[in-house]
Design a protein around this ligand. Structure first.
Ligand SMILES: NC(=O)c1ccc[n+]([C@@H]2O[C@H](COP(=O)([O-])OP(=O)(O)OC[C@H]3O[C@@H](n4cnc5c(N)ncnc54)[C@H](O)[C@@H]3O)[C@@H](O)[C@H]2O)c1
Length: 246
């Protein structure tokens, strides 16, 4: 098992890529804390994982709220005594053309995708520094590298996450903490539910591997980076996008 007895906190772990990552990490021996805003779905997911014998706890968390994040990591230490891996996966979209995007759309996306990553990483790092080891994995996106129309707020957060990843890798590497990002292409989760069928078809045709991604494709990348296989990798942005470039 590639993550035997490692303690992993996965934000946004109730569904989608977070859930797929929890399933794979659990199969590889990790003990899990799933932190999500959506209590009902989160508890259902935790129930499914526990039924497979995976040690797993749901903690209702709003990553934008510092007190909620502090409570998440206090509970993690209480349950499992340490934090080996943090997956900053929680993320939202609120798309709109630049001329029409409201301040509220901007603030909400910046809040979850950027401030949330900052707050969770800061809380986790305090524990990891004491341990002298740890691994932070950030959800970036292809659009944070190449840009995308109609996603000013989202693109800003994903480019920001890439910048923080590289900065933290430099700051924390000497302390035994690795920091990496995964940049997914178009992955079929609920986040993509509002994208019209016609656009999905177009995205598929633009992708050299000629298919849209699955949540499990991204989970495999997180596993590679979290396990010993990634022990000499830090500050990297791993594109998992079927070869998509725009
Ligand atoms: N699906 C894609 O095509 C794609 C592409 C690139 C990057 N990503 C990134 O991957 C990550 C996961 O995406 P997904 O497709 O699985 O999304 P999803 O919408 O299926 O799941 C996101 C999860 O985050 C949770 N969440 C939202 N706001 C929260 C908050 N304030 N506090 C705690 N939890 C919160 C939601 O409840 C949900 O369970 C996101 O960061 C997303 O930006 C996804």
């Amino acid at each position: 098992m590639r993550l035997k007895d490692k303690v992993a906190v996965i934000t946004g772990g109730a569904r989608g890529i977070g859930k797929a990552t929890a399933e794979l990490f659990g199969k590889e021996g990790a003990k899990l804390i799933l932190a999500d805003f959506d209590q009902e779905t989160g508890e259902t997911t935790v129930g499914e994982l526990k039924a497979r014998g995976i040690p797993c706890v749901f903690v209702r968390t709003n990553v934008v709220d510092a007190a909620s994040v502090a409570a998440l990591f206090a509970r993690t230490v209480e349950e499992f005594g340490r934090v080996d891996v943090l997956v900053n996966n929680a993320g939202i979209t609120a798309d709109g053309w630049l001329a029409k995007m409201s301040e509220d759309q901007w603030d909400r996306v910046i809040g979850v995708n950027l401030k949330g990553v900052f707050l969770c990483s800061q809380a986790a790092v305090k524990i990891m520094l004491e341990q002298g080891s740890g691994c932070i994995l950030n959800a970036a996106s292809v659009v944070g590298i190449y840009g995308n129309q109609g996603q000013t707020n989202y693109v800003a957060t994903k480019a920001g996450v890439i910048g923080m990843t590289k900065g933290w890798a430099k700051e924390l590497g000497p302390k035994g903490i690795r920091v990496n990002a995964v940049a997914p292409g178009f992955i079929m989760t609920d986040m993509m539910a509002s994208v019209p069928e016609k656009v999905l078809k177009m995205m598929e045709e633009k992708t050299p591997l000629r298919r849209l991604g699955q949540a499990a494709d991204i989970a495999e990348a997180y596993l590679f980076l979290a396990a010993d296989s990634g022990s000499y990798v830090t500050g990297a942005v791993l594109s998992v996008d079927g070869g998509l470039v725009t």
